[in-house]
Ligand binder design. Sequence first.
Ligand code: F6P
Length: 543
Amino acid sequence: MSTTLPAWQDLREHAARIRDTHMRDWFAGPHGQARSERLTAEACGLTLDYAKNRITEETLNLLFELARQAQVCERRDAMFDGEPVNTTERRAALHMALRARPGDGYRALGMPVEADVSAVLMQMELFADEVRSGTWTGFDGRAITDVVNIGIGGSDLGPRMVCRALEQDTEPAPRIHFVANVDGCDLARKLARLDAATTLVIVCSKTFTTLETMANARTARDWFLRHGARQTDLTRHFVAVSTNRDAVAAFGIDPGNMFPFWDWVGGRFSLWSAVGLSIAVAVGFDRFRQLLDGARAMDQHFASAPPEQNLPMILGLLDVWYRSLLGAGSRCVAPYCEPLELLPAFLQQLEMESNGKSVQHNGAALEAGSAAVVWGTTGTNGQHAYFQMVHQGSQLVPVDFIACLQPHSDLPGHHTKLLANCFAQSEALLRGRTAEEVRAEGQVDERLVPHLVFEGNRPSNTLLLQRLDAFHLGALLAMCEHRTFVQGTLWNVNSFDQWGVELGKKLAGPIERELEGAPAQPHDASTAALIRRVCRARAMTPD
Ligand code: F6P
C-alpha cells in the first residue's frame, strides 16, 4: 500500500536532509543555468518551468521511483483501457473518450463507446448551430438571446470557467448565464433581467436528483409559465443534460431534448461531455472541438511521454512531495490571465473532491496527508491581498503561476506589466532578501530590519501557455485532470468517488422539514438551537 512502499521511507529521509537547504544555493554559479534547462518541460503548447522547487536531482529520482513503485504508469494504462478504476462504484473513468477522434478505440469495461460519444457530439453540434443561428426560436417565434445553465458542482464549474475563459472568442452568440446556488438570490437576479420568450434553459445534472438543481429548474419552469409560456411551449425552452433518462422524462422535459452522457464520466471530469453544451453554444461547435483536441493532445502526452518529461506526472509528484513530505497544507493557483479567473474554483472541486480522502482503495487508513487545499485568484490582484502571507507567513505555500505568452488584450503595456509582475513574484519567493541586503539597500533603522527580511526558499511552478485559446485551454485542463489522477494514485485513494458529500445531503432533508414546521427531531444541542432560532425568527416576521 502506498505509504509502506520503500520509496516513501527514502523520500522521508531525503526530505529531512534537504529541508534546510536554500534554493538560492542550487541556482548559484553555473549550476543555475543547467538547473533551469533540466527542470523545464514542454508539451502541447504548454511550457512548465519547475526549477524554482525545493528539489534536487536526487529528489526527482526518488519521486520517479515512488511513481514506479506505486505503478502510476500501469494504473494510468488501466484508466485509459476503461478498467473499473473507480473501485467503490465499479466504474471506468474514461473522460478521455469524450475528446477522442474516430479510431482511438476507447472501451468502458470492455464496451466500445465511440459510437455513443459521436452521436451526442453530433446532437450538440446541431443544437448549438440552431441556437446560435437563430433557427431555434422561443414561444413567440423570436430567436434565443439568453441561455441559462442550471447545474452545480461538476455540472457548473467546468462550463462556467471555460465560457469565461473563451468569452472573447465568441462571435455574436446568445448570452450564457450560470445558476448553481439554491439561494434564490442567484436565480432571481438572473431571471429578472431576462425575457422568457427568448430564454432557453439547460438543466444540467448527471443524476437529475441534485436538490439545488431540481429546485432551480422547477422555479425556472414556473417563471416561464408566469411569463407568457404555455405548458406545451416549454419544449422550446428546456433541454436536459443527464445520465438519468427516467428522471428527465419525469420532470417533463421532452426526451428529444435530452443530451445523454454515461456513468463512466465523473461530474468533475465532465465538461467535455454534453455537460459542455453551454460551451458549444457560447463559442460555437468548432471551438468546442478545438477544446477537445487540446485535451486529446494532452491525453496522448500523458499516455506516452516518459515520466521525466511528462507534465501531469511531474506536477502530481511535486504535489505529493509538498503535501505529504514537506507538510504544505495548501497550494495557491495564481493565473496571471484575467479570463482564467474561475480556474481556481474549478481546480478546487477537481482536486479536493477527487483526493480529499483518508482511506486507501482497500479501506485502510492513509498515513500521509492527502489533497492540499487549493485556492487563489488572478494575478496581479492576489499580490495586493494575500501574497504577504505567501512571502512572509509561517506556512509553506507552493504557488502555481500561470501566464500566456501572447497578450489577450491589445491595450499597450499591460501584458508586459502583467508578465513582469508574475516573474517578479516567483523570483522574490525563491530568492528572498537577507538582513545584509536590507542594510545594503540603505535601511538604517535596525528595528525595521527583521520586518524587511524575506526568507525566500518558497517554491513555485510557472506554466506558460502559447496563448489562451480553446486548444491550449483544453490541454491545460486535461493536464490538471491527469495531475489529479497522479496524486490520487500515489496516495492510493480512489479519485473518482465522493462519498464525503453524502451525509450532509442526507441530514438536510429532515432539517428542511423541521424549518417548515414538522416536529423537532433529535439533533446535537447546537443544531437544535439553530433550527429553533430560525423558526422563532420566521414566526415573528411572517412572509
Ligand atoms: O454533491 C457532489 C456532486 O455529486 C458532485 O460530485 C457533482 O459534480 C455535483 O454534486 C452535481 O451533481 P449532478 O451533476 O448529479 O447534479
